[in-house]
Design a protein around this ligand. Structure first.
Ligand code: CP
Length: 311
């Protein structure tokens, strides 16, 4: 990694996709590919973060994002200080702002944060002297997820520009959908949102985004189909039908996938709710499902974010 690459990022924190330039996104994806190659070849994974300590601060559950950030830090030689909400003094009434003041005083070299409040990562970025990587806030932003998805499509389709991706299901409560719409807008792709009325976003943020009610219309001409789980933790659950009724109307099966291009690939950020938004036959289809290809890209993307954002 050269110093000029670091200087080329236009921002100090990875908070969302809209604040990144197209060049930032391309640099992050390029770096992630380098890391992926080095990891696969077991060569040249330099310990560029040796001596650094990264604070992981997850105030919401996570399997993929937290583990990938920790694995990436270890691969680059950094150590982890993990704040766990469930065993922390927030359970004794300590405020989030006091927590940040104390932890910041310990001098972490970067903070990876997930929080249910959309303002939390921005607040932390203003309070601390180190880079902040947003590992998901509220319904609004999950930038490392969008970079994982973009890297997967770049590998499978060679580009984002000119691609059409359907994002299906609970778009209204999805930070993954928000970040993917922003990324496709930046890189010249088109997004079809396929949602029932009760999971439709209040506004369509970009001119490259179109809204559909049915798979038949929404998947036409699509190169990729991203399924989303129903984010029950962010909604009034009385709005949604039971799992079987939802699957009947909005679950992705092979029959419905046939509305997309014959070589369209299926993505899912995880966690999947099998038999609700996606059938096993699609999730485990070795020819169409790219879901575990996304898994392969999580550590390289987090490595790219850490080594490009850390000073
Ligand atoms: N996609 C995603 O953010 O998964 P986790 O909640 O397990 O991190």
């Amino acid at each position: 990694m050269s110093e000029d690459h670091k200087l080329r990022l236009s921002v100090s924190h990875l908070l969302d996709i809209p604040s990144l330039s197209r060049e930032d996104i391309e640099l992050l994806l390029h770096r992630a590919l380098q890391h992926k190659r080095h990891l696969a070849e077991k060569t040249d994974v330099t310990q560029t973060l040796a001596g650094k300590v990264i604070l992981t601060l997850f105030a919401e559950n996570s399997t993929r994002t937290k583990s990938a950030a920790i694995m990436a830090a270890h691969r680059l030689g950094a150590k982890i200080l993990d704040w766990d909400e469930k065993t922390s003094s927030s359970q004794k009434g300590e405020t989030f702002s006091d927590t940040i003041r104390y932890l910041s005083a310990f001098g972490p070299d970067a903070i990876v944060i997930r929080h249910k409040d959309y303002n939390a990562p921005y607040y932390v970025a203003k309070q601390v002297k180190c880079p902040v990587i947003n590992a998901g806030d509220s319904w609004r932003a999950h930038p490392t997820q969008a970079l994982v998805d973009a890297l997967t499509l770049m590998e499978l389709k060679g580009r984002i520009e000119g691609l059409t991706m359907a994002i299906c299901g609970d778009v209204a409560h999805s930070r993954v959908a928000q970040c993917n719409m922003a990324l496709f807008h930046k890189l010249g792709g088109t997004v079809h949102l396929v949602t029932p009325d009760y999971l439709r976003p209040e506004k369509i943020p970009y001119p490259n985004v179109k809204l559909f009610n049915s798979f038949e219309e929404g998947l036409k001409g699509c190169d990729a189909v991203m399924m989303l789980r129903i984010q029950k933790e962010r909604m009034d659950q009385s709005l949604i039908p039971d799992d079987a009724a939802y699957f009947n109307e909005y679950g992705l099966t092979h029959d419905r996938l046939a509305f997309a291009k014959p070589d369209a690939v299926v993505l899912h950020p995880g966690p999947m709710n099998r038999g609700v938004e996606i059938a096993d036959e699609v999730a485990d289809d070795p020819h169409r499902s790219a879901i575990f290809h996304q898994a392969d890209n999580r550590v390289p993307v987090n490595m790219a974010a850490l080594d490009l954002f850390l000073p």
